[in-house]
Design a protein around this ligand. Sequence first.
Ligand code: HEC
Length: 181
Amino acid sequence: MLIKNLTKSILICTTILMSTIYSNNANAQDGKTLFNTYCAACHKMDKDLTGPALMGVEERWGNDRAKLVHWVKNSADLIATGDKYANEIFNKWNKLPMTPFESILKDAEINAVLDYIKDWKPPVAATTGTTGAAPAPKNTGFLWFLSIVSVVLVVISLTLYFSMCRLKKTANEKLTTNDRF
Ligand code: HEC
């Protein structure tokens, strides 16, 4: 009985942990979906396509999120303000206009996409001799921690469950042997 209750509570804890993991990821997930829907036709993260590779774009823009949002909403409008970088990138890409997204995406959605771009890391981390492997970002580290804890909890509950079955079986066998006497 005790073991059964313990197993139950561990399973409940695991479920709660797993749902925390997924709800934490919801926003990043939205950004990814939006990127794939609206931007991936012209942009890749690590390779130039119709438009430039977007990895590290936030730094290239001097971490100016407001300006980036302005660009995605209407790049022609930002170019017309005479912004130096916007004009540079426009000229570099042979004045190919980027689709304005002001009537397609809400500010929050543009920010979710830009967050996704900002947090994007190449699948295989480049190992640079001098700086060494970059430490995993905090959030990812925490998610990893939660995932590992969940796996451990599942293993513990399975072990408990099987030992419970074994105990039950032994008890039953004992009973039947005793009955014979
Ligand atoms: C029709 C193709 C097209 C689509 C779709 C598109 N872009 Fe672009 N994008 C471009 C081009 C081309 C440039 C280069 C600048 C120019 O010529 O206007 C660019 C430039 C950019 C830049 C500046 C890059 C740098 O290196 O500074 C950002 C940021 C950007 N796009 C974000 C986005 C986002 C976010 C989306 C999706 C919501 C998107 N783009 C969808 C074509 C596109």
